[in-house]
Design a protein around this ligand. Structure first.
Ligand SMILES: NC(=O)c1ccc[n+]([C@@H]2O[C@H](COP(=O)([O-])OP(=O)(O)OC[C@H]3O[C@@H](n4cnc5c(N)ncnc54)[C@H](OP(=O)(O)O)[C@@H]3O)[C@@H](O)[C@H]2O)c1
Length: 279
């Protein structure tokens, strides 16, 4: 499988690094592009693949999978650059937040499978959560190929495109919420007299361990929570405070607001792309 990653920035290079490490694609079969030569040289030396500043069409030509990892507003421009070399046998994957598949199809003018993926930043440690959707031309075989790529950097879930705003709000932005939880737990430990270092280490591991336990046990989180509560004990005293301050309600509202916001940002992005077409 030959892959071209157009826009090897934070997300593009993290994805490419994971794919190479997992052996899904061989180093010699991967190409990437950036805007600047400085960034190209940095990614080239870090990943050992061919990286050029510009040259998107040359990188995309002959690739089985072309990944669009530039900023959302730049995607239509890059797709237009490569559309003469695109063909129906290739797979196009966009990582751009908020950008609908129809905008990519419109720029590509090629009847080909188009996927849209929403990864999150833990892909850099191969623990990403990646929501994926696709157009009607994608077959089960295409889905399996795309899944093998994202499995190299995390856990995948296929959804309908109209659910991508919810994915963005839940897992795309989710790491920021959890970093806040870790930060707050660390501050609490410090307030109670623990050192910063010990407080941070215990907070991080508690989040990591609880997530791993939830996944591996397969039990509903409410059951797991109940299992650590002793009647009249310390945990229920803390949980009463969390309920009093509305922890669950707060997170539900935050994710609901972010979902609605993502929808509004899509409208703004599409209006901007439309405006660019006429300038
Ligand atoms: N970061 C995240 O957590 C995250 C999560 C989900 C989705 N995404 C999506 O991933 C995409 C990339 O985000 P990012 O955070 O990785 O941004 P980034 O670090 O700024 O990466 C964008 C890359 O695109 C390159 N680039 C710009 N114009 C180009 C062109 N004409 N041809 C080729 N390369 C070009 C830039 O090169 P230079 O470095 O040389 O300027 C840069 O390396 C976005 O669409 C974003 O919505 C990101």
């Amino acid at each position: 499988m030959k892959i071209a990653v157009l826009g090897a920035g934070n997300m593009g290079s993290a994805l490419l690094g994971g794919i190479l490490k997992a052996g899904v694609v061989a180093v010699g079969d991967a190409r990437a592009t950036t805007f600047s030569e400085a960034r190209a040289a940095e990614v080239r030396s870090r990943l050992g693949v061919s990286v050029t500043a510009g040259g998107n069409a040359a990188a995309a030509a002959g690739a089985d999978i072309v990944v669009l990892a530039v900023k959302p507003g730049t995607v239509p421009k890059v797709v237009k650059e490569i559309r003469d070399v695109l063909n129906e046998g290739q797979i196009l994957i966009s990582l751009a937040a908020m950008l609908p598949i129809r905008a990519i199809e419109d720029a590509a003018q090629c009847r080909m499978p188009v996927f849209r993926a929403m990864p999150n930043i833990p892909v850099v440690v191969e623990e990403g959560a990646i929501g994926i959707c696709h157009n009607a031309l994608a077959t089960l075989e295409h889905r399996a190929q795309v899944e093998s790529i994202f499995r190299a950097v995390g856990v995948t879930a296929f959804v309908d495109e109209e659910q991508m705003d919810a994915v963005t709000a839940l897992s795309g932005s989710g790491p920021a919420y959890i970093y806040m939880v870790i930060e707050a737990m660390m501050a609490a430990g410090v307030k109670m007299g623990l050192s910063r270092e010990i407080s941070l280490r215990l907070s991080e591991q508690t989040v990591l361990g609880a997530a791993k336990h939830a996944r591996e046990s397969g039990l509903h989180p409410a059951i797991l929570r109940d299992q650590v509560i002793t009647p009249g004990g310390t945990t229920i005293a803390a949980i009463h405070e969390l309920e009093r301050h509305g922890l669950r309600s707060m997170l539900i509202s935050a994710i609901e607001t972010a979902t609605i916001h993502a929808g509004k940002r899509t409208d703004v992005l599409l209006a901007e792309i439309e405006r660019q077409k006429h300038t």
